[in-house]
Write a protein that binds this ligand. Structure first.
Ligand code: PLP
Length: 500
């Protein structure tokens, strides 16, 4: 299922523009049937997806209370659907209380239909007393997908299914390896989408990559972990907390320099081989082979941080490094980029010989992860909802990445790195990076400099950069956010003195 941007500024030939104009809103509707769906299921699928698209637009405030929807006949014509399909959707939403209809008047979004936590729906005196964290008006910060795309309806459905079917044992303390349902679902998913060679028995569930690194430093890493010279400081800190020293290894345009790794004497390495964080380059095929061969020869262990492997836009995703060496690679991942960092769910797919040492360190019962959420996630994967969410997200982020490339190149700048993930780096001179980040802040644009990710003992990269988290902005503000970024680049003298 693909996601279509319904934008009032679209051309007249775009059927979605007409719909948007009628709805008076900048709206995403997810209406394209899955190309793999059978013809028999197409009508039912379209009905279900239109219902969900309208529900989620109401839930996240894109269709506020009182908004008049177009007559169902017009919407059916606009969308190329049968009138009966749209009429049935309206009726279902009226019956559920999302919409109201009065004789002779338009069908409207019902008062109070939006999610109770939607800010715009909350009365002033109900606002929480603690101040909400500062947010930039144009927020390109890192580390999160677009929050408005969280699949709320699917999550609610999965929760209902799970809790309805769950035996009482679900609510008792659980084995720290995590629920078998999610380990099974994940092992199938990871092998299908990332080529990971694992089984449910070799997966250990937790809350995030960060906590997994701390666990591994207590158990597997030994004294020293080699890391990419530019990477995530809070991951290094987690490793240090676990008792392991971190040694940075240079990164160039083929990823980590494995010759330097070999010279470092480390017996463990943390890599982001599919899309180096933050530079965005993949580890070259020759270096992938070299690092596996090094680990086998020396008995070292490799941790693969596969943080955004599903989001690749120009061609098929590079398969997981783990597939080349399941005996030496620990595959680490989480739902932080694919769903939300608020869903605290992560995993390790371990080589068999490391299972005992890691499980012994986890103790006798799960200390952190939500077992109920593990079952919900298993249901999301098994029901296909998770795959649909990923496909939909990939489509949206691809469009955003294309729009970012266009904006940046229009300003005479470049965007190196592969088209993947939720962030991109705009290279600028080291000397200009700080001034540009400062000017961005002054204009209300939240982004960070590339130097923020340099390990203190690592050499600087040949250039500085602006690191842009293009997944973060809300759908309704993305165009304006991008325009603000474009203005920054076009109007700042520093941005023109860019590294080629
Ligand atoms: C490089 C990198 N690895 C991993 C993650 C996922 O982190 P965690 O699972 O600790 O939330 C992120 C998310 O920001 C990331 O940027």
């Amino acid at each position: 299922m693909e996601e279509n941007r319904v934008n009032p500024s679209a051309t007249a030939t775009d059927p979605w523009a007409e719909v948007a104009a009628r709805l008076g809103a900048d709206l995403f509707l997810d209406l394209q049937p899955d190309p793999g769906a059978s013809a028999r299921g197409r009508g039912a699928t379209l009905r279900r997806t239109l219902t969900e698209a309208l529900r989620s637009a109401i839930l996240d405030g894109r269709l506020p209370a009182g908004t008049a929807l177009p007559p169902y006949r017009s919407l059916a014509a606009d969308l190329g659907l049968a009138r009966g399909t749209v009429s049935a959707v309206y009726q279902e939403l009226i019956a559920e209380g999302w919409l109201t209809a009065r004789q002779g008047s338009a069908t409207r979004v019902a008062d109070g239909a939006a999610h109770p936590e939607t800010a715009s729906n909350r009365k002033a005196d109900e606002r929480p007393s603690t101040p909400s964290p500062f947010r930039f008006p144009h927020d390109f910060s890192l580390g999160q997908p677009c929050a408005g795309m969280f699949p709320r309806t699917d999550w609610i459905r999965a929760t209902r299914r799970v809790l309805t079917g769950a035996g009482d044992e679900v609510f008792a303390p659980t084995h720290p390896q995590g629920r078998a349902e999610l380990r099974r679902a994940l092992s199938g998913y990871l092998s299908r989408t990332r080529g990971v060679r694992t089984t449910a028995d070799l997966i250990v569930l937790g809350t995030a990559v960060q906590s997994a690194l701390e666990l591994l430093s207590r158990t597997v890493f030994g004294d020293v972990l080699a890391v990419e010279g530019h990477g995530l400081p809070f991951h290094w800190q987690a490793v240090v907390r676990g008792g392991t020293r971190v040694v940075p290894i240079a990164v160039d345009d083929e990823g980590m320099v494995i010759d330097d790794l070999e010279r470092s004497g480390a017996a463990a390495v943390l890599l982001s081989p599919s899309h180096q964080f933050p530079t965005g380059v993949p580890l070259s095929p020759a270096r992938r082979m070299q690092v596996i061969e090094w680990a086998r020869r020396t008995g070292a262990v490799i941790v693969e941080d596969d943080y955004d492997g599903e989001f690749r836009y120009d061609r098929d995703p590079v398969g997981a490094l783990q597939a080349l060496g399941p005996d030496v690679v620990i595959h680490a991942g989480s739902m932080s980029k694919s769903l939300s960092p608020a869903v605290r769910a992560g995993w390790l797919a371990l080589p068999p010989h490391l299972m005992d040492v890691v499980m012994n360190a986890k103790g006798v019962r799960e200390g952190d992860a939500s077992i109920v959420d593990q079952l919900i996630l298993a249901d999301l994967i098994d029901s296909g909802a998770y795959d649909r969410h990923i496909r939909r997200s990939r489509q949206v982020y691809r469009q955003r990445r294309d729009a970012l490339v266009e904006a940046v190149t229009a300003c005479g700048l470049g965007l190196p790195g592969i088209a993947a993930g939720l962030h991109a780096v705009i290279p600028v001179d080291h000397a200009d990076e700080g001034a540009l980040v400062h000017e961005a802040f002054r204009r209300g644009i939240g982004l960070v400099g590339l130097s923020l990710f340099r390990h203190p003992d690592a050499d600087p990269l040949p250039h500085g950069g602006l690191v842009v988290g293009f997944g973060t902005p809300a759908a309704s503000t993305f165009t304006a956010d991008l325009q603000a970024l474009r203005d920054l680049l076009a109007e700042s003298p520093a941005a023109r003195r860019v590294v080629p």
